[in-house]
Design a protein around this ligand. Structure first.
Ligand SMILES: Cc1cc2nc3c(=O)[nH]c(=O)nc-3n(C[C@H](O)[C@H](O)[C@H](O)COP(=O)(O)OP(=O)(O)OC[C@H]3O[C@@H](n4cnc5c(N)ncnc54)[C@H](O)[C@@H]3O)c2cc1C
Length: 349
């Protein structure tokens, strides 16, 4: 079976409409590496209003380039995206389909695999093997790593973001085969995006830094008072100046505002989507900075894929200092972040 594989990488354009998303380019890297190792045929399928501009960025792969184009693919919508992906898979006659685990493709990939009578595995972090494909994923909150092989085809593999380098070949003139799609009736009209919280989107999977806020930000400080409004301003200013992604401890994300059962001021821009840890998320970022967080195991387990870890805590005996962070600053995070923001203001000016 190994010499007969045809690999299709499904990709989609970003908000600009003219470039592929970073996660799509990571999937392209995975496809190029796998096809070279297996001696397999490689195709790249693109979803977007105008796929030609986006295609030039991956033309240097030498892969067959297929696209479904037009207004229907300008934005994510189940009916059109599923039909488009199905058409791309059929046109490529793919036996292996790699796709980024983006919100847009996660939503449709299982349905598309079903339409093609195929199988799907999600949260793939690595692809190994030359004779057969060995796909790796984690189970049980990143504690157990499994290696999966399948004989069933087509086999869909959704890749976790941040597990491969983004493809960065020279831009070149692209020969794109536009694939015709018979669209079903489209009942959903995409009117646009609405930001869920004030302060805009705080979760940024592509950020170089994960900034974690802990419950200490809302606790009484050495002057005997809480300073929650000031904490919120400092955190949001740092996110704006640094472009970092915002994570939270469970204790902070759990806090409820006055009138919702608990009588305390809270940080209004945090939701449970920000929560890092055993019952939260396990994001991938090159660096992480924890502030006002104790670094207990159920929280720190969510830092598994943060390469370099630093923490600021008043407690010299916190969990971070006991072997979970590379560097710990035993200091007042209010003072440290005020100074860091000042320095970033100067740098960004
Ligand atoms: C089944 C289970 C699942 C769980 N899952 C998760 C999870 O997914 N994620 C998670 O986060 N937790 C989880 N927890 C909870 C976890 O055990 C901790 O209770 C939680 O992480 C503590 O949050 P914290 O460190 O922000 O708060 P605290 O423990 O209250 O720590 C606050 C820290 O802030 C410091 N501080 C205060 N003021 C300052 C200042 N000015 N400058 C610097 N430092 C300051 C204090 O010294 C203290 O160390 C789970 C627990 C259980 C039992």
């Amino acid at each position: 079976m190994s010499t007969m594989e045809t690999i299709l990488v499904l990709t989609h354009v970003d908000d600009s409409g003219a470039a592929l998303t970073k996660a799509s380019l990571e999937a392209v890297t995975a496809g190029v590496e796998l096809s070279q190792r297996m001696g397999a045929t490689l195709a790249i399928g693109i979803l977007g209003r105008d796929a030609n501009a986006a295609a030039s960025a991956v033309a240097a792969t030498g892969a067959r380039l297929l696209a479904v184009e037009g207004e229907a693919f300008a934005q994510a919508r189940y009916a059109s995206d599923a039909a488009g992906c199905e058409a791309l898979c059929r046109a490529a006659q793919a036996s292996i389909v790699l796709a980024p685990g983006s919100a847009r493709l996660v939503r449709v990939a299982a349905g598309v695999a079903h339409r093609l009578g195929g199988f799907i595995d999600t949260h793939i972090t690595a692809l190994a093997g030359a004779g057969s494909i060995e796909a790796t994923r984690w189970f049980y909150r990143q504690r157990v790593e499994a290696v999966i092989s399948r004989d069933a085809r087509p086999w869909f593999l959704l890749l976790d973001a941040g597990t491969h380098a983004a493809y960065a070949g020279e831009s070149a003139a692209a020969q794109v085969e536009v694939v015709a799609v018979a669209l079903p009736p489209l009942r959903t009209v995409v009117e646009g995006f609405r930001a869920p919280t004030l302060g805009g989107q705080t979760i940024r999977p592509d950020a170089r830094l994960l900034f974690v806020a802990g419950a200490g930000w809302t606790k009484k400080q050495p002057d005997g008072q809480t300073h929650v409004a000031e904490a919120g301003e400092k955190i949001l200013a740092f996110l704006r100046l640094s472009g970092a992604s915002l994570g939270s401890s469970k204790s902070l994300a759990d806090q409820k505002a006055e009138g919702q059962g608990e009588d305390q001021p809270v940080l209004p821009f945090l939701t449970h989507l920000n929560q890092i840890g055993q019952t939260g998320s396990t994001p991938r970022h090159p660096k992480g900075l924890s502030t006002c967080c104790h670094g207990e195991e159920p929280h720190a387990v969510g830092w598994r894929f943060i390469a370099e870890r630093r923490a600021i805590s008043l407690d010299a005996n916190c969990g971070w200092t006991r072997g979970k962070a590379d560097v710990v600053y035993v200091a007042d995070a209010f003072a440290v972040m005020a100074r860091v923001n000042e320095l970033l203001e100067v740098r960004n000016a």
